[in-house]
Design a protein around this ligand. Sequence first.
Ligand code: FES
Length: 252
Amino acid sequence: MAQPLESSSATRPQGSAKKEKPYWVEPLITMVVLGVWVLYSLWEIFFHNSGTYQNYISPYFSPGVGKWFGWHLLDGLYVAWVPFLFRFSCYYYRREYYRGFFWDPPGCAVHDKPRPRYSGETKWPLAFNNLHRYAWYLAFIVLVFLWKDAVQAFFFKNGFGVGIGSLLLLINAVLLTFYTFSCHAFRHMVGGKKDCFSCDGKPTTSYKLWNRVSSWNVFHGTWAWASLASVWAADLYIRLLSMGVIHDVRLF
Ligand code: FES
């Protein structure tokens, strides 16, 4: 097992070591949560053809691309690859699953194996992660549909109303919006793809936009986990409704 570098603990103030959790706790939690989420998602996408209940549509199945073209098999598959590509090429998740699944290394200041031929993300399959900026555009299109679904979730057969499903889909759209617009690649885009702002001499609009997105980007990891949980919760709720296991609770 990897060992923490001595130098990191040597520079730590005395007495603080006891308060820190072991370096392997975070990657282990990541591995369990992401692993269960991936298994759940595969079960949902490959074993169900629809994720709808009345006016609710699960985020895994929106937009219903399969239905547009009359394809009735594995409807979730036509669209679910977009958020998957977006999440798994996300800079934040990369750090998390490189640590959690590859354990390579599992944390900062932890010894890594010497790797003379390490090519990082310059070669297949990790080079695939360089598609992240393009995945952002696709994820943005999906996000627009998720907002449409969130609004639609408040309009039942008998008119406007609020159900638990309406709130879950709304919260999901909000959290995904924060996740999408706090993205590192999006910040780079609005910043004009520059490497040097001070070279412009005075603050430009792109610099101000870059600064604004930076303030959201600080919490990108929080939005990443919160939106993962909201997608999961919204889908599970709609799945249980469609299976007749639970009944929708209408608040009014
Ligand atoms: Fe996480 Fe772009 S860096 S979504």
